[in-house]
Design a protein around this ligand. Sequence first.
Ligand SMILES: [Cu+2]
Length: 160
Amino acid sequence: MERYERIFFWFSAAVLGLLLCCLAYITLFMDIHLPGHGGRIMPKDGQPLATAVLVTPPFNHPGIHEIGPGRYEAAVLAMQWIFFPRKIEVPAGSEVTFRVTSTDVIHGFFIPGTRVNMMAVPGYVTVETYRFRHPGNYLLLCHEYCGRQHQTMWGEVIVK
Ligand SMILES: [Cu+2]
């Protein structure tokens, strides 16, 4: 093997190894991973998708529900151009499982400063669990362009 080939080979292997280590670190130690899939909502024949979403549990009663000590489930609807509910209140230290879907187009569901970062896809339920250890007001943003009033689509997670 030529000298430059050897350098190129080992440099490429080192970059690949470094990236694999980064991936292992964020997965194992920072708990960053792809959001889970919580099922599909299939409209019955002729039914509009929005109707199917609005009658399917838990989205027929969107909001925050306590499912155990310090554990909550938040069913959140994303639609042009609001999150429903817009405000979610939990005590500090709570573990919140977000179940999110959309009634119309693809929206984003992003809470800056946390690892909650997912898509709200019409008819698909996206699931992510996060523990809010520190009190504060966490902004909830749509970070996927979803139409004319996209910039007004926000909400809040209030941790007391
Ligand atoms: Cu948007």
